[in-house]
Design a binder for this molecule. Structure first.
Ligand code: ADP
Length: 317
């Protein structure tokens, strides 16, 4: 029987509270001074390029990996000394989850319940099937499911033991947009019911569905807050340029190297920077070129991530 989590105390609303987490693999500093606080019932998004340390951070938070430096708690338990307790209260959906393809959905869930020695097994499996809309497919072989249904099965397996914290590592990679939307409807519902969720993703629309996001690059936390706070915090001025001459403009601006951000956005080109005056000066020679339509635009999350990434690259060089 698991000890009751200290979070059962009504005043304890902070589920994750860590400071200065550091992790090295050999000479490689993979996570560099990561700090965060996440409250109960919140969805915290992790974004950043591949290799930026998202998975390693997630693994330190749930007690699967011991940090080299830093301290903190998860679900009220110390991440160094009480890792076993944390693990028992966390549902972790890894990037590469797997099932027995020749077992049905129900049999797979029952199997997971047995592995975890869960009580009320039949009841839990029935509830999991119902909650995730899997009941009608209960007898379908897991191997015959599409990507979206496999994600659902993985999610329901993570929820069988009724965790207090859900860690999802790129749960919707390679899943079609409709299935992704449905998956996120479940995530939002779970959070509304009080479950705390930490999710890594590369999708901007998914970032927008998180209560707060954290952007990591080269192991460093570069920005954190609500989407609005992160966008505002970047302080970017953006020009959106369209028309037949945008490709040539992009080539010339990149060659000139005076504009911080030159990015293709569909058929338009986004030009941006933090210093508005410097941006205006850099763009002035091009403003009257034929074949271009200039429009000032609101910075989007993707603009901000591209900007953060290029800054991180510059300081890493
Ligand atoms: P992300 O989830 O952002 O893609 P990861 O946390 O998986 O990033 O990886 C960060 C870096 O740490 C990568 O360069 C990866 O190769 C390295 N890394 C991760 N796990 C190990 C390990 N067990 N041993 C050595 N290097 C590792």
């Amino acid at each position: 029987m698991t000890k009751e989590s200290p979070l059962a105390h009504p005043r304890s609303q902070v589920v994750i509270d860590v400071e200065g987490l550091t992790k090295r693999f050999g000479d490689h500093l993979v996570v560099d001074g990561f700090s965060i606080q996440v409250e109960r019932g919140r969805i915290q998004g992790f974004l950043g390029p591949n290799g930026s340390g998202k998975t390693t951070t997630i693994r330190m938070l749930c007690g699967l990996l011991t940090p080299d430096g830093g301290r903190g708690s998860c679900l009220g338990y110390d991440i160094r000394r009480e890792a076993e307790r944390i693990k028992s209260r966390v549902g972790y959906m890894t990037q590469k989850f797997s099932f027995y393809e020749d077992l049905t959905i129900r049999e797979n869930l029952d199997f997971v319940a047995r592995i975890h020695c869960l009580d009320r097994r039949k009841k839990r499996v029935e509830k999991a099937l119902e909650d995730l809309g899997l009941s009608s497919r209960r007898n379908q072989l897991a191997g015959s499911l599409s990507g979206g249904w496999k994600q659902r099965l993985a999610l329901s397996a993570c929820l069988l033991h009724e965790p207090d914290l859900l860690l999802l590592d790129e749960p919707t990679a390679g899943v079609d947009p409709k299935a992704r939307r449905e998956f996120w409807d479940h995530i939002n519902q779970l959070a509304d019911d009080g479950l705390t969720v930490l999710v890594s993703t590369h999708y901007m629309d998914e970032a927008e569905r998180c209560h707060e996001i954290s952007y990591l690059a080269y192991g460093k936390l570069l920005a954190t807050g609500t989407v609005e706070e992160v966008v505002r915090g970047a302080g970017l001025t953006i020009w959106s340029v369209s028309g037949p001459a945008v490709r040539e403009l992009a080539r010339d601006l990149r060659a000139g190297g005076k504009v911080e951000m030159v990015t293709a956005f569909g058929s338009a080109l986004h030009l941006g920077g933090q210093d508005r005056a410097a941006l205006d000066v850099a763009l002035a020679p091009y403003r009257d070129r034929p074949g271009l339509v200039w429009k000032q635009a609101e910075a989007e999350l993707e603009d901000v991530f591209i900007h953060l990434m290029s800054q991180a690259e510059d300081s890493y060089r």
